[in-house]
Design a protein around this ligand. Sequence first.
Ligand code: HPA
Length: 276
Amino acid sequence: MTGLMDIQFKYDNLLKEIKSLAPFEPETALILGSGLGGFANVVNTIKSIPTADLNGYPESTVQGHKGYIHFAEHNNKKLLIFQGRIHFYEGYKIYECVLPVLIAYKLGCKNLILTNAAGGINQNFNPADLMLITSLNTINIKKEITDLVGLTSLDSKNRSLDFPSQKISNAIKQAALSEKIPLKEGVYYFTKGPSYETPAEIKMMQMTSNDAVGMSTAHEALFGLTLGLQVAAVSCITNMAAGISQVKLSHTEVMETAEVVKEQFEKLIKKTIELL
Ligand code: HPA
């Protein structure tokens, strides 16, 4: 798979199938991070498609990632919600990881809101904080995404500089203010995983001004920008990164903290959609 045309060709049947199942043309797509899938239950769901029913759709294998594509409405806004993500660390290829973004684009979405669970690197952060991503550290995925979309699409138009979408990030900040939800801001450092970081790795990320670390979002954002989507992202700080806290990292802690912050997260995203 070496280009945008190739990925569209590969998924041609799948894209046609989803189009034929779509009850409406969505405007905003959301990808829900680890433990944040419950958002799908707090909006008016019109149609839910299990991704397992879609021929050729990669299967998510991570606990806390149900594979559904929901068509939903909130405040008259038409949403496409991906509950369940395709992670690079599960062994998938980059073109498989960005498939939800391609689907969103093909169904007519203009906005893409990415959410994730992330480890806190910034000492001023605490577990259960929400962070608007102000910049992405994509160094670990540049090669793969450039191979996929072509060098020129990222370079010549400099689309990577359009992140985050001002329109969406303003809505997120406004939503946080009006819902009285404290919102941190910071730089997200992408790692391929699959394991959590060592304290030495976190120290390096900290010294180079990164605020949170995670294993998703960066490539989805770059791919969305290449397609011309407005993209913004919110991290839920589910744990302090390795070496920052004495607590041993585990996926269970990630899921437990996501559960605690769930209500605030849902409020923030709902309000954001109202303001978009
Ligand atoms: N590191 C990487 N990814 C993560 C973390 C972390 O500490 N927490 C949640 N996702």
